[in-house]
Ligand binder design. Structure first.
Ligand code: HEC
Ligand code: HEC
Ligand code: HEC
Ligand code: HEC
Length: 194
């Protein structure tokens, strides 16, 4: 009887372990839903990321081509391209908006009150929708490594992020092969040391 009980205990333990391992596996292989968080727009990020002491991220973005990416779609150059691609109004067509605006494919319930298409390629195009990570407590926790940024939707972008748009399957008026080092240098916005 004793040995029988021992076997039962072992089998249960094994079952628990197997369950645990497979649940980790399925978690690891289940990519997070791309649109789990709300897009809140650049003005929210600006509140805390505009000071020199912090690294002027807002200013650097505003001066960059990304902040004009939507306006660009109203230029004569855009019109010319549109004709080539059978697009009537590039400021209304997904064929252009998917790279020239933020979170274009996101369902409307993920576009917050302050979401503004005219902001073009905003912070959240690269860093992910900010609806859950923008609070000071969360931001600081993430910075200090106390909070898992993925859970809140914050992305630390890299070269692959850029290539989601800087690639050859757009129009492409891409002048040359995308060079991350050169292109990143043009828009880098680090937090100053100390
Ligand atoms: C309420 C203030 C606040 C708002 C709003 C805010 N942030 Fe932050 N953010 C911070 C603070 C504080 C830090 C920690 C670093 C520091 O002290 O400068 C931080 C850090 C970051 C980091 C670096 C994280 C890391 O681990 O290195 C990124 C990226 C970032 N913020 C992006 C954004 C974006 C994009 C938005 C808008 C969607 C935004 N933040 C909105 C306060 C804010
Ligand atoms: C796959 C992403 C992608 C799509 C789709 C896309 N674009 Fe672009 N577009 C870009 C990128 C990236 C640049 C910047 C290229 C560079 O300077 O290296 C750009 C640049 C431009 C420029 C030049 C801006 C300038 O003044 O230098 C125009 C005009 C333009 N796009 C119009 C359009 C139009 C019109 C459409 C739709 C028919 C469109 N784009 C679709 C990614 C895209
Ligand atoms: C959501 C799409 C998107 C993503 C992601 C993106 N870009 Fe862009 N980028 C554009 C578009 C569109 C333009 C052209 C805007 C315009 O001229 O109106 C552009 C223009 C630029 C320019 C100015 C063009 C030039 O030759 O000077 C630089 C620099 C740049 N991007 C760097 C980057 C880097 C670095 C990354 C990744 C960290 C990145 N981009 C990610 C869409 C994107
Ligand atoms: C074109 C893509 C792109 C856009 C748009 C963008 N960022 Fe970033 N951001 C990056 C990349 C790439 C990094 C560097 C990640 C790393 O350190 O490896 C970064 C880093 C940061 C950091 C951390 C800097 C550090 O020293 O650790 C902050 C804070 C930040 N971004 C805030 C913003 C804010 C606020 C906006 C909008 C005003 C914005 N970013 C727009 C791509 C982008």
């Amino acid at each position: 009887m004793k040995t029988f009980r021992r076997i039962i205990v072992r089998i249960s333990l094994l079952a628990i372990i197997i369950f645990y391992i497979t649940s980790i596996e399925s978690y690891a292989f289940d990519p997070p839903d791309e649109y789990d968080h709300q897009f809140i727009g650049v003005t929210k990020c600006k509140m805390c990321h505009k000071k020199e002491k912090k690294g002027l991220q807002y200013e650097i973005w505003r001066e960059s081509a990304h902040s004009r990416a939507y306006e660009t779609l109203a230029t004569p150059d855009a019109k010319e391209l549109s004709e080539k691609y059978g697009v009537i109004d590039p400021q209304k067509d997904s064929k252009c908006l998917r790279c020239h605006t933020t979170g274009h494919d996101a369902p409307s319930e993920f576009k917050g009150r302050k979401y503004d298409i005219s902001e073009g390629v905003g912070c959240e195009s690269c860093h992910g929708a900010g609806g859950d990570y923008y609070r000071s407590k969360v931001m600081k926790g993430i910075r200090r490594g106390r909070i898992n940024r993925e859970r809140y939707g914050l992305i630390i972008p890299n070269e692959e992020t850029c290539k989601e748009c800087h690639n050859a399957d757009g129009h492409m008026p891409v002048k040359e092969e995308f060079n991350f080092k050169i292109m990143w240098a043009k828009i880098a916005h680090p937090i100053p040391e100390g």
